[in-house]
Design a protein around this ligand. Structure first.
Ligand code: UTP
Length: 294
């Protein structure tokens, strides 16, 4: 196998998930299932299929079930074995063998920039990926690999971008800059959740490939929007000193941290399953018909 483009990926999953309360009082939103698989597992699977060896999970208080999910479940495996549930046993084993997962505790959810900074000593001096723990991209080529390829081509940090409607720009980090090709821009401006005059309609989506030089920037980053240490603000400084690339990835993105996004992801992933597609489509048609009649 050829050398991986990046070896390490940081997955922040230490947020409070307030948009999903009351479910997130005890269940981390990154563990809510899309059909039957936790959101975070899709993210670890994306990392693995991009050749990433180490997943650095940023975890928070009360979220230790995330670590358990990727660990061996000896008792459960014994029961499945005794009952002859071979397929379930195989898929359970595959989860615990998926990747080398290390976990760091973010003691307080001070923001995404702070969450990434918590991985500093584990990342060391090499470029690394970041995938947000509640952001799924369904793509032929893993989205994080698409970004890693752009990183190696341009030798600069890369953020994933997606066009959003003008009325939604205040919900995202927004980037703008000189267009280099159909998918790529050289970022000259990047702002977190602009209240007015967004520089474009290109939203920063939860995937990044960054140089280790972002860490000293994060160490001195002051609090921004929402009183949080924002990764976007640190990237605005990185864009000025070293340059930054924006890459419009190929694939369909679901914000599983948002209720509607979460439901869309469930429908889309259920429709991909042979055993679920028929009955679900029939039900969806019926619901649409009834809603149109009402
Ligand atoms: P979000 O802003 O979507 O997560 O961060 P949140 O703050 O938990 O969500 P709400 O708005 O209260 O519902 C995106 C990802 O970054 C992680 C979150 O866990 C999520 O997966 N995150 C966010 C951290 O790890 N630490 C933080 O301080 C903030």
């Amino acid at each position: 196998m050829s050398e991986p483009l990046i070896r390490k990926c940081v997955v922040p999953a230490a947020g409070l998930g307030t948009r999903f309360l009351p479910a997130t009082k005890t269940i981390p939103k990154e563990m809510l299932p899309i059909v039957d698989t936790p959101t975070l597992q899709y993210i670890v699977e994306e990392s693995v299929s991009a050749g990433i060896e180490d997943v650095i999970l940023i975890n928070g208080r009360g979220k230790s079930c995330i670590e358990d999910h990727f660990d061996l479940a000896v008792e459960l495996e014994a029961v499945l074995k005794a009952r002859g549930k071979v397929e379930e046993l195989r898929s359970l084993r595959a989860i615990s063998e998926m990747a080398n997962i290390v976990s760091v505790r973010q003691k307080e959810p001070l923001g995404l920039g702070h969450a990434v900074l918590c991985a500093k000593s584990l990342v060391g001096g090499e470029p690394f990926g970041v995938i947000l723990g509640d952001d799924i991209i369904d793509a032929e080529e893993p989205a994080i690999r698409q970004l890693a390829l752009a990183y190696h081509k341009h030798k600069k940090g890369v953020v994933a971008l997606m066009e959003v409607p003008a009325e939604e720009t205040h919900l995202y980090g927004i980037a703008a800059g000189e267009r280099l090709d159909a998918r790529t821009i050289r970022v000259s401006q990047i702002v977190e959740k602009p209240k007015q005059n967004p520089p474009s309609n290109l939203a920063v989506i939860g995937r990044y490939v960054l140089p280790p030089s972002v860490f000293p920037i994060l160490e001195t980053q002051e609090r921004g929007v929402g009183g949080e240490i924002q990764l976007t603000d640190a990237l605005a400084r990185l864009a000025k000193t070293e340059g930054l690339i924006g890459y419009q990835f190929e694939g369909r993105r679901y914000d599983a941290g948002d209720k509607v996004g979460y439901l869309k992801a469930n429908i889309a992933y259920a429709l991909k399953r042979k055993d679920m597609r028929g009955p679900l489509l029939a039900y969806l048609r019926q619901v649409v018909e009834e809603a149109e009649r009402a």
